[in-house]
Design a protein around this ligand. Structure first.
Ligand code: PHE
Length: 454
């Protein structure tokens, strides 16, 4: 089969386009749903601090390597890792694990995205009826049988539509215009939450670390979230790297993406925790935190339900960008290896996602909540295995490949493209990739397996 040549493949038109697309994959439920919920369940600021370190020392270097490998080879992730180290087929496992991660992540991600979509309509309903959204609204939705599954299938259908039509570029444009709006609405939410009486306890919760809260489970969650947040360790950023123009400077681009993405997460945290404390809720509200707190914050403003609806519309758009990038990994692989047409590939992928996703959704309600695998329900199992096992392992493997197994010149040349010569920080990134990041990931993984004391 003839290889697609780089000129025939899609590419982002400019460095700004590349930045927007990368950010479009990164920003999603991870910022507004997962970051606050994990912060609340892991003790607050100590988790936030660990997360920030994980982004700087683990995720950022991995993003640079994934982009470098993708751009160097200009093929989809599965093929990239099958080829990157000649005569060592083993590394192809990174690509296969990436396919598995994308299916597992989508299984629970589409469940939560379904809740987001449902909340758009529920907020509008609350506006019309005058009956406020309460924690019971959320419980009824999540604990239902048909309702959450139907929302999930709606989300999958929309995502398939976008991926099948090959209009992800269009989505990026929509995201680019709506993302600033989401940011504005988050800011409004921040101002409202921060001016509630008692809000300062929430700020302290977010920013004054109590290091006694650190444990290997907290470290692993922070590391897993850093990879999940920046779409790393599973092929998405390798695929996106293959679309990067040659003049995009990898380190500054990845740094900007990480900073912008982290800003969104912190703004979400500042909307949620001050309100949680001011309103006397518990920060450890689990996966429902976003859905319970945000309506309560907006309820403190006139026309709050309309703002809540708008908030969830914008959240849904950001989420769609992330889901499109998740689906792109198996779809790009199926198109090339099974020579399927794009719509067929998207449909087939979605079918697998539904087969895994429906049981995950049902595991949150009476239908399947009794089913435990390794002590977890299916939803948390899929989340744990992907975020806390597969993505860190993928990230570790990527640094070993990029830092040790490919010729040094590959990473060096990719990093210096766009400046002509190496920048002062390139050597620093190389040191991180070779020594710091892999050791850090390995230590955290071993520690949480109980293989390294306490
Ligand atoms: N980064 C996305 C988010 O935070 C999720 C995602 C993970 C997207 C992996 C693509 C790949 O919501």
């Amino acid at each position: 089969m003839p290889e697609p040549t780089p000129t025939k493949r899609d590419a982002f038109g400019s460095s700004l386009g590349a930045f927007a697309a990368t950010l479009g994959s990164a920003v999603g439920l991870g910022n507004i749903w997962k970051f606050p919920y994990l912060t609340g369940s892991n003790g607050g600021a100590a988790f936030v601090l660990t997360y920030l370190l994980a982004v700087a020392l683990a995720a950022l270097p991995v993003m640079v390597v994934e982009h470098a490998i993708g751009r160097h080879l200009r093929v989809d992730a599965v093929q990239a890792y099958a080829r990157i180290v000649p005569r060592q087929r083993f590394w192809a496992a990174i690509g296969w694990a990436g396919l598995a991660s994308s299916l597992l992540i989508m299984a629970f991600y589409t469940d939560v995205a379904g809740w987001v979509l449902a909340y758009v309509f529920k907020s509008l309903g609350a506006f019309v009826s005058g009956a406020p959204l309460t924690p019971a609204t959320f419980q009824a939705l999540v604990g239902g049988t048909w309702e959450p599954v139907l929302w999930q299938l709606a989300v999958l259908t929309i995502t398939v539509g976008v991926v099948a039509a090959g209009v992800s570029g269009g989505i990026e444009k929509v995201t680019k215009t709506l993302m600033p709006l989401l940011l504005l609405l988050l800011l409004a939410c921040d101002v409202r939450a921060l001016t509630l009486p008692g809000a300062s306890a929430g700020v302290a919760y977010l920013f004054t670390p109590d290091l006694s809260k650190l444990s290997s489970a907290v470290l692993l969650s922070a590391l897993g979230l850093a990879f999940f947040k920046l779409s790393l360790g599973m092929g998405t950023m390798t695929t996106y790297g293959s679309y990067l123009p040659d003049d995009t400077r990898l380190v500054p681009n990845a740094t900007r993406v990480a900073l912008a993405d982290t800003l969104v997460s912190l703004l979400a945290g500042l909307a949620i925790f001050p309100a949680v404390f001011a309103l006397g809720d518990t920060p450890a509200g689990g996966p429902g935190l976003l859905f319970v707190t945000i309506p309560r914050v907006f309820a403190q403003m006139p026309g709050g339900e309309l703002f809540t609806a708008l908030f969830f519309v914008l959240a849904a758009v950001a989420t769609l960008g992330a889901m499109v990038s998740l689906m792109e990994v198996p779809v790009a692989w199926l198109i090339r290896s099974a020579r399927l047409r794009r719509p067929t590939a998207a449909l087939l992928t979605a079918l697998f996602m539904a087969v895994l996703g429906i049981p995950a959704t049902l595991s949150q309600g009476p239908a399947l909540s009794h089913l435990r695998v390794l002590g977890r329900d299916l939803f948390s199992l899929f989340d744990f295995v992907s975020s806390n096992v597969l993505l860190p392992l993928g990230g570790l493997a990527v640094t070993v490949v990029g830092g040790w197994l490919v010729p040094r010149a590959v990473l060096r040349d990719e990093m210096s493209k766009g400046h002509g010569e190496p920048a002062w920080y390139d050597a620093g990134v190389h040191v991180l990739v070779r020594y710091v990041t892999p050791v850090l990931i390995l230590l955290i993984l071993l520690h949480s397996l109980g293989l390294l004391g306490g």
